[in-house]
Design a protein around this ligand. Structure first.
Ligand SMILES: Nc1ncnc2c1ncn2[C@@H]1O[C@H](COP(=O)(O)OP(=O)(O)OP(=O)(O)O)[C@@H](O)[C@H]1O
Length: 278
């Protein structure tokens, strides 16, 4: 008789348990149930993409994990502890760069280290090394003294990513970070993002990522799992494993499995996507 060892599942990095969010308009009192009974466990180092029709509640879910919005019911846990406010261990990145226009690349990247909790107690030399490391990691070496207006959109998002990483969060919460970029830059930065995330390195060194996108191809290219949402109210309608091996290179986009998964996701949101913009 053979005895099968059952490996215990690691404790989730994030646990979203039955969360809902109802917005109440201050003047009219009109209620909008944006998210209802949203459940998701995210494993450490996992790359999760959330897709769904416009207005289905993707940003609301992300903002609740970031602690920028309070959930109306349910609970959000990180490493087993309840989250209800923003915290340095969860870094957020948005579509619109959010850089300081009057600060250089170097000073933008180092902002959190100089003024936030991330750099508290850090010696100047260590802080400067850390800034150099992340500037280099995102491919901005040589552009340290430039200002945001001197950079392309893609470079600005590299600065925003370096700043996010320099603060050393455990979880990266990314709301359409490539959404404002032209199509070619977007494809290049998807590959870059996986490199920076550590796709070719040790799995245990990777950050946990929640990444919102309108791009189904983008989600399939990046994610370990794609969470598909339906709307009114926003719920999880499906969770798909992206069983395409890593590291993922440009060739992946030609893989029949890539097309198959993209088609499956589109079929899940197509009807609602048409209704959302009708
Ligand atoms: N502060 C708010 N007050 C009232 N309603 C809100 C607020 N924020 C979001 N909503 C509503 O909640 C729902 C979900 O919005 P949310 O922005 O989370 O969706 P989304 O999927 O991120 O949208 P998109 O894909 O267009 O970016 C929408 O109906 C939206 O109008």
């Amino acid at each position: 008789m053979s005895v099968q060892m059952i490996q215990p599942k690691p404790a989730p990095k994030l646990r979203l348990k039955g969360i809902s969010k109802e917005f109440i308009a201050p003047r009219t009192g009109q209620r909008t149930l944006a998210v209802a009974d949203f459940n998701l466990d995210v494993q450490p180092g996992e790359f999760i993409c959330i897709v769904g029709p416009s207005g289905c509640g993707k940003s609301t879910v992300l903002n609740m994990i970031a602690g920028l919005e309070k959930s109306t019911s349910g609970s959000i846990e990180m490493d087993g502890k309840a989250i209800s406010a923003p915290g340095a261990e969860r870094g957020v990145m948005f579509q619109d760069y959010a850089l300081f226009p009057w600060k250089s690349v170097r000073d933008n990247v180092g902002f959190g280290l100089r003024h936030g909790t991330a750099g508290a107690g850090m010696a100047k030399a260590e802080r400067e090394d850390r800034i150099n490391h992340f500037v280099q990691l995102v491919g901005l070496k040589g552009a340290e003294s430039k200002y945001p207006h001197q950079l392309s959109g893609g470079m600005r998002q590299r600065v925003a990513l370096a700043r996010l990483l320099a603060n050393g969060p455990d979880v990266l919460l990314m709301d359409e970070p490539l959404g404002a970029l032209d199509a070619q830059t977007r494809l290049v930065l998807q590959v870059e993002l996986l490199r920076i995330w550590g796709e070719t390195g040790n799995k245990d060194d990777r950050k946990t990522v929640i990444f919102i996108t309108h791009g189904i191809d983008e989600a399939v290219f990046l994610a370990d799992r794609v969470v598909v949402m339906s709307s009114h109210p926003g719920r999880v309608s499906a969770v798909l494993d992206v069983d395409i091996p890593r590291p993922r290179t440009e060739e992946v986009r030609l893989d029949p499995r890539f097309a198959e998964l993209s088609e499956e996701i589109w079929s899940l949101i197509r009807d609602e996507a048409y209704r959302a913009i009708a």
